[in-house]
Design a protein around this ligand. Structure first.
Ligand code: ZN
Length: 381
């Protein structure tokens, strides 16, 4: 049961709801308020749930009864060290009620997948070689891989989340992912039809940003730069996941960063991707002595800082997160990028701005894909 309302043309989607809404959406919204609180704060009494959500005790009691009947929530006894009076029974999310299947399609050579608990524990992981498949063959392989992962789950599967490269709309249609041969492909719909479970598909960098927001403690105003074969960004502003009018928000990889730079796969020259992709970074440092390699990485950092400065200023972000190989990103590159950002933005923007490595490492897209499902099915993010 999706609890987020979706309509075309919206710039984004509010994450982590905190207040009441119109009556027609109230039930789903209130349900997500309760689940949200239990997800982030842990076991809570009904009275404290009422206080935290501003809902009445009666509404909370009804909602909790329904959630217990659905197997999502359980009673956990009383809090130890309770003061005088009738001890309140705590209710909490049942971590073992459901599992989520996540797929990370970022790597062109190998897709990664996992079975993940509602609390973000990876229970099982698998990888599958793509062997150069693209187009329909790749779609078939993704479906087979998803089915194999569903079979590994040890309790009912809440849904399947997929982080895909390319531009993906809010219904899980891949508008374009050129190097996968996917154009206007309704991937979420195809997988739902074949597997019979709810499927969410989103751009991989957006998915990674969601993973860091929910499981990595990232700020509600942040940009995550996913650095791999390509370079993409996911953006959260004031707690809203930014899609953009054509669902291409965050496509920073193909903004021109170097005048008369190298030819890019997109046909233009000097895109950020031509200096910041892992392949570009590896070839920039290969065979060089450490001092020269560090200087070259710092130069890329300055290019990155220059590209990010207007973005960070326009959105007044609290954090920029880098996700990718730490041996290349976390050092002279990151330091030079931070310094350049500081130099090119006014103090009101850059004061306290953090440019740091993402905290979830290799699992960032897989965990984000789990949040796609949590968000769509339970209203939790
Ligand atoms: Zn390009």
């Amino acid at each position: 049961m999706p609890t987020t309302t979706r309509s075309s043309g919206r710039v984004g989607e509010r994450l982590r709801a905190t207040s009441k809404v119109l009556p027609e959406h109230a039930r789903a919204h209130n349900r997500s308020l309760v689940l949200q609180h239990l997800f982030h704060e842990g076991p809570t009494s009904r009275a404290d749930l009422a206080r935290a959500t501003s809902l009445t005790r009666v509404t909370i009691s009804d909602l909790v009864s329904v959630l217990i009947a659905e197997g999502l929530v359980e009673e956990l006894g009383t809090r130890p060290g309770q003061r005088v009076g009738k001890p309140a029974i705590l209710v909490g999310l049942r971590g073992d009620a459901f599992q989520i299947v996540s797929l990370d399609l970022t790597d062109a050579a190998q897709m990664r997948g996992a079975v993940i608990s509602l609390t973000g524990q990876v229970i099982e992981r698998r990888a599958l070689d793509v062997d150069g498949r693209t187009g329909d063959e790749l779609t078939d392989l993704v479906a087979r891989f998803a089915r194999l992962l569903v079979a590994q789950a040890t309790c009912p599967v809440l849904g399947i989340g997929v982080g895909s490269p390319g531009v993906v709309d809010d219904r899980g249609r891949v508008i374009e992912a050129p190097n996968r041969g996917w154009y206007d492909l309704p991937l979420a719909e195809i997988l739902t039809d074949r597997i019979g479970l709810p499927v969410q598909v989103a751009n991989d960098a957006n998915t990674a940003a969601l993973g860091e927001f929910t499981y990595g403690g990232a700020a509600a105003g942040m940009l995550l730069l996913l650095v791999g074969l390509g370079v993409g960004a996911g953006i959260v502003v004031d707690g809203i996941r930014v899609h953009g009018v054509r669902f291409a928000a965050g496509e920073l990889g193909h903004t021109t960063a170097v005048d008369d730079g190298e030819l890019c796969a997109c046909g233009r020259r000097g895109c950020l991707e031509t200096v910041l992709s892992t392949r570009a970074l590896r070839s920039a440092v290969e065979g060089k002595d450490p001092t020269t390699a560090d200087a070259d990485l710092a130069e890329v950092g300055r290019v990155l800082g220059t590209t990010l400065a207007p973005v960070v200023s326009a959105l007044n972000l609290a954090e920029v997160l880098l996700s990718g190989p730490a041996d290349l990103l976390d050092g002279p590159l990151r330091e030079a990028a931070q310094e350049t950002l500081q130099q090119r933005t006014m103090p009101a923007v850059s004061a306290g701005l953090q440019l740091r490595m993402a905290s979830l490492g290799q699992d960032v897209v897989l965990l984000g894909a789990a949040v796609l499902v949590l968000s769509a099915q339970l209203g939790v993010s």
